[in-house]
Ligand binder design. Structure first.
Ligand code: ADP
Ligand code: MG
Ligand code: ZN
Length: 603
């Protein structure tokens, strides 16, 4: 810190000196009076001139004024063949020539400006980088954030629902706690650990906890920071990051978003991104240059392990890969408990129930639920978070914040009411679908309305009939619009997209089409960079492709007509449901059951 301040001070001082020097060069050091040539001649002939310096475009000198003291003067010379003779005649004590000063001056000025420009550019730049990150000292240095092992209080207790990952990482913690011991025993540590999993599953948190558990410094940088600006900077930042970490060893280096630099090389058109590639190469060099047991562990995280360059995954590099999965029911409850520690929960709150209602939520989503619930409770001036707050928080996190003002016209509202009722009714009538928990026509996020179906348990397997029913539910919305308004709206685009995706997977992945048979025709994962895709041949014939299209279409059409049949048969129930929904804007499971019972369409 002090060192840096000193450096900056020195830089400013240098700039100042340069400036002064420049102006000294341009301007005369002392005040000289300017006199006309005639004035000079007069003084000369009066015998007052003591000394002169003659240059092609200026004459400088001193003459004795009437009061006896010496005056510096300058004058512009005129062509005067007798000048030297006059100087002699009038006894000037000292006269000399000097080369053209204007030439030197202009050079000094020009060079001076260039130097000055660079000095300012440099200063400005350094300031810029310093604003960017506290640790940044200059261009090309790492911008990694360092957190002290003693101050970093994150431990494994803060991470829940990924016990296997924690177990694997605890070995690394042991190593970091005592690298010497490991060396004595001849244990081999992995150089790099790759954490992969969906966003928000706690990868960053885990890496931090490793450092926290071991009580060592934690250097964290995002790989995307390496690839900004100019070629070569990323590589030099990587180098610097490792230098810093080695000084602090034992330490953890954490590189987030590894895929930002670690994407498959040559994947882009024209051989890829130079800067990214250089950075990646530097990272590989550092990994290879790791003395084992040096006390440094590199942990990287990505949510796209599939696009990583294979070179990264070779033995001796990121040879340990740890999956950080989305939490299951039990894990969700534990994560909720971790975050509930920091807030005040009412006694009545059952977090197990909240966990049951949040399948598919990541750790970050759950942290968000608790946070939102706390905000809601605070707004209502409650003493503690209650179940209702948690329920509203779940919906908020699920679908974005509720719009305060509904800008929907009554006509639109009616359409949405029928659309959502369509989903609900089909889901109620068909067996094997998830129970409808809630249906709403209040806008949330981008969805106009929503039908909330919650599975009773986490599902790992889904049967063909279940998928077909789910497709029918998806088409329930649009079919209801069709039946009632004899027209369709754009509101079903999301449903259609989901349904198509399901149908395509049924045919090409799950082998659920008799015509195609149990073949996997799965296309390789979509790669953003075109180069790779172009090279990839489709692994089935045109004929099969046509057959796939036909099958997908057949499944979709069948699902649609199934939905249409149900809705036409139970039109009375559909009307009743839509009317109530239009009126109340939101219905829960019991409301729905009651309405259907009344309309004589109980499932
Ligand atoms: P990732 O790096 O995988 O995208 P983060 O580690 O950044 O996810 O998680 C973001 C936040 O979500 C964390 O700071 C934490 O509050 C919460 N979180 C995520 N996963 C968990 C977990 N398994 N246990 C507790 N909290 C979690
Ligand atoms: Mg992260
Ligand atoms: Zn819909």
């Amino acid at each position: 810190m002090e060192n840096r301040n000193f450096k900056q001070l020195a830089l400013w001082a240098l700039a100042f000196i340069l400036l002064v020097a420049l102006f000294r060069n341009v301007k005369a050091p002392e005040q000289q009076i300017k006199i006309p040539y005639s004035g000079f001649q007069k003084e000369l002939k009066a015998g007052a001139v003591v000394s002169v310096k003659v240059q092609p475009d200026i004459i400088e000198g001193k003459y004795k004024a009437t009061d006896g003291h010496l005056v510096d003067f300058e004058t512009i010379p005129l062509p005067d063949a007798n000048l030297v003779q006059d100087l002699q005649t009038y006894h000037v004590a000292r006269y000399e020539g000097e080369p053209d000063r204007s030439w030197i001056t202009s050079l000094a000025v020009n060079v001076g400006w260039i130097v000055l420009f660079f000095v300012f550019w440099w200063l400005f730049f350094i300031r810029q980088v310093q604003v960017g990150g506290k640790q940044a000292m200059s261009f090309g240095k790492t911008r990694a954030k360092l957190s002290d092992g003693n101050k970093n209080k994150t431990t494994f207790a803060d991470v829940a629902g990924c016990d296997e990952a924690k177990e694997e990482l605890s070995e690394i913690v042991d190593f970091l706690k005592n690298p010497e011991q490991f060396r004595k025993l001849g244990g081999k540590m992995p150089r790099g650990v790759l954490l992969f999993g969906l966003p928000g599953t706690g990868k960053t948190l885990l890496a931090r906890a490793v450092a926290g558990e071991a009580g060592v410094p934690f250097f964290s940088a995002s790989a995307s920071e390496f690839v900004e600006m100019f070629v070569g900077v990323g590589a030099s930042r990587v180098r610097d990051l490792f230098v810093q970490a080695k000084k602090a060893a034992p330490a953890v280096i954490f590189v987030d978003e590894l895929d930002a630099v670690g994407r498959h090389r040559f994947a882009g058109i024209g051989g890829g991104h130079d800067e990214r590639e250089q950075t990646l190469n530097q990272l590989l060099v550092e990994l290879d240059g790791f003395e084992q047991n040096q006390g440094i562990v590199l942990i990287a995280a990505t949510n796209r392990p599939d696009v990583l360059d294979p070179a990264l995954l070779r033995p001796g590099r990121f040879d340990r890969q740890i999956n950080v999965p989305a939490p299951h029911l039990k894990g969700r409850e534990e994560i909720l408990k971790v975050h509930a520690r920091n807030v005040k929960m009412a006694q009545s709150v059952d977090l197990a129930l909240v966990a049951r209602r949040t399948p598919g939520f990541s750790g970050a989503d759950l942290a968000n639920v608790i946070n939102e619930a706390a905000l809601l409770a605070a707004r209502k001036k409650k003493e503690a978070i209650e179940t209702v707050d948690l329920e509203e928080a779940i919906e908020r996190v699920m679908a974005g914040p509720q719009k305060k003002t509904s800008v929907m016209s009554d006509k639109e509202k009616r359409i949405v009411a029928y659309h959502e009722s369509g989903h609900t009714l089909v889901a109620k009538i068909l067996p094997g679908t998830d129970p409808v928990h809630k249906v709403s026509i209040i806008s949330r996020g981008h969805a106009l309305g929503y039908t909330l179906q919650l599975p009773t348990e986490d599902k790992y397997l889904t049967s063909k009939s279940e998928i077909l029913n789910r497709l029918a539910v998806l088409f329930g919305g649009r079919c209801a619009e069709e039946i009632i308004f004899s027209d369709v709206t754009t509101g079903a685009s999301d449903d259609i997209a989901k349904a198509s995706a399901f149908a395509i997977r049924m045919v090409t992945e799950f082998g659920m089409s008799e015509k195609i048979g149990p073949l996997s025709l799965k296309k390789p994962d979509q790669e953003i960079f075109l180069g790779r895709d172009i090279a990839q041949q489709p692994n089935y014939s045109d004929n099969t492709a046509r057959l796939v299209d036909e099958e997908v279409k057949r499944i979709i059409i069948e699902a649609q007509s199934k939905a249409r049949d149900i809705l036409s048969t139970h039109k009375r129930a559909l009307d009743a449901l839509a009317a109530k929904l239009f009126d109340r804007e939101v219905l829960n499971g019991e409301d729905i059951d009651a309405i259907l019972q009344q309309a004589g369409a109980a499932a």
